[in-house]
Design a protein around this ligand. Structure first.
Ligand code: NAP
Length: 487
């Protein structure tokens, strides 16, 4: 680590658009700044794509599709495998870039690089396992051949909170399936994606398979590409509000969609739970990524007999977390992504306290520079507090007591979201019963982290459509074709 400098790692990233295998400037040489959320200062400028640049990227993805679909699955897998190895080899430099543009502590950035790389390793292995079928028709005279083919050129849009892993979770299966693609990272964190594109090119990804558009005008650049009709799929990770808008745009040309949207995770702790494990899990589920995760525990429901002890112990842990710039040794609470995020978190806490919630620790912004908010625990949070229904996306843990299992399940399910729920109990029957009753795509049962490249990640209700990762992840990028054979 000592040989790498902040300026050095930023300077090493290509900052142009990556189109057709080449780094090119945006039309008119336009650029926009990338800011360090811990200082508010600009790190560098990156190319600001125009709608015309978007069309060039789509032309490149469309032109490369037929040849890419014919590349042997083993070769597609080998490219991903090489990219996995390069990511692991360069994890320190890549983590520093991520911390500088996104703010999370270095150890977490490094964890994300490993997590991101694991999607490439997983899909390198899945590329050679795309299956099909051969069956006798029910009437006995015909035969069914079933095969899977790449969907075609894809549009991928990713958020700022996991700047690399949300990319590899889409690029990995798209490459493995034989799709070409355009990826548009969030304007706040483009550097990690640009660095990833360079690594994929080095790993041997052919020209035009991956195209990267950085832009300050995401709607203006992406909508024409969605409506163009030549791209056959949109895979989006971001807020439910933007996801809804994009689904409407996709309806026009009936694009395939994968939607990884917002969450509002409940975290249930029953009196029979292992309290040490519950506190540990709560810290992970709440504080991973400074609370800026779709999987972040948004509401803690704790059974009345243990709510005081749980609150006291969680408060002690939250109070002890070092806050600071993510590059500093030992820091756990980095800055939030921007001023608007701090205002949102602050507004949600004020709303809760005005309705009767009590602050056990934190509850305030921190003087700048940087977008810091204290690690906070609230108790006696009433049902009608806004943070019970809105994503907090910050380091705030609201606790509400409950009496019965039915009451806890009803409170947990009282949301339009359904991404993940966490349950802590030592009673096996209750664990399974409650897991089945919770309306969520994923359940953390006595654990505060569910993300795993080998598992199907995704939500129900307004948390999204489709799954990323696991054995089903590649299906999102494949069409099933059935050939009716007359014998
Ligand atoms: P966001 O505002 O919805 O943005 C997500 C992406 O969409 C960014 O690249 C953004 O680009 C782009 N975008 C925004 N408006 C667009 C438009 N009209 N047309 C095309 N693209 C557009 O979400 P965010 O604030 O970055 O991310 C946080 C949200 O993502 C949270 O709700 C979180 O729960 C969710 N999330 C979900 C998952 C999951 O797997 N379910 C994972 C991570 C995050 P610009 O920012 O450059 O405009």
């Amino acid at each position: 680590m000592s040989s790498i400098s902040e300026a050095g790692v930023v300077a090493a990233v290509d900052k142009e658009l990556f189109i057709g295998g080449k780094w090119v400037p945006a039309t008119g040489g336009k650029t926009f700044p990338v800011l360090d959320p811990s200082t508010g200062e600009a790190l560098c400028e990156v190319a600001d794509a125009s709608p015309a640049d978007g069309v060039s990227a789509l032309d490149a993805a469309v032109a490369a599709q037929a040849d890419w679909a014919n590349v042997a699955p083993r070769e597609r897998g080998e490219i991903l495998r090489r990219a996995y190895e390069l990511l692991i080899e360069r994890a320190d430099e890549l983590a520093l870039v991520m911390t500088l543009e996104m703010g999370k502590p270095l150890a977490e950035s490094k964890g994300e690089i490993t997590y991101a790389a694991e999607f490439f390793r997983w899909f390198a292995e899945e590329a050679v396992r795309i299956d099909g079928g051969y069956a006798v028709a029910p009437n006995g005279t015909g035969r069914f051949l079933v095969t899977k083919q790449p969907v075609g050129p894809c549009l991928l849009i990713t958020p700022w909170n996991f700047p690399m892993a949300m990319g590899t979770r889409k690029i990995g299966p798209a490459v493995a399936a034989g799709c070409t693609m355009i990826i548009k990272p969030a304007a706040q964190t483009p550097l990690s994606m640009l660095a990833l594109a360079a690594i994929l090119a080095e790993a041997g990804l052919p020209e035009g398979v991956l195209n990267v558009l950085t832009t300050s005008d995401s709607g203006g650049v992406m909508e024409p590409l969605i409506r163009d009709g030549r791209a056959r799929k949109l895979s989006f990770t971001g807020s439910t509000g933007v996801g809804r808008k994009l689904l409407e745009q996709c309806a026009d040309k009936v694009l395939r969609t994968s939607m990884e949207l917002g969450g509002n995770a409940p975290f249930l702790v029953f009196e029979d739970a292992d309290l040490d494990a519950a506190i540990e899990g709560a810290m992970t589920a709440k504080m991973r990524n400074i609370g800026e995760a779709c999987t972040a525990a948004n509401r803690f429901y704790v059974q009345r007999g243990i709510v005081d002890e749980f609150s006291r112990r969680l408060t002690e842990r939250m109070e002890a977390l070092p806050m600071g710039r993510g590059t500093e040794e030992g820091v756990v609470v980095g800055p939030l992504i921007d001023e608007a995020a701090v205002e949102k978190v602050s507004g949600l806490v004020s709303d809760a306290t005005s309705r009767g919630a009590r602050v056990l620790t934190g509850g305030a912004t921190v003087d700048g520079p940087g977008n810091f908010y204290q690690a906070t625990v609230l108790t006696d949070v009433p049902k009608d507090a806004r943070l019970a229904s809105e994503e907090i996306f910050g380091p705030v843990a609201p606790i509400t007591p409950f009496d019965s299992e039915d009451e806890a399940v009803a409170a947990a399910n009282d949301t339009e979201f359904g991404l993940v729920s966490y349950v802590y109990t030592s009673d096996l029957k209750r664990a399974l019963r409650v897991s089945e009753r919770l309306e969520a795509g994923m359940i953390g049962l006595n654990q505060g982290l569910v993300s795993n490249p080998a598992a199907p990640f995704g939500g129900i209700k307004q948390s999204g459509l489709g799954r990323e990762g696991g054995t089903v992840g590649i299906d999102e990028f494949l069409e099933t074709k059935y050939i009716a054979v007359a014998l």
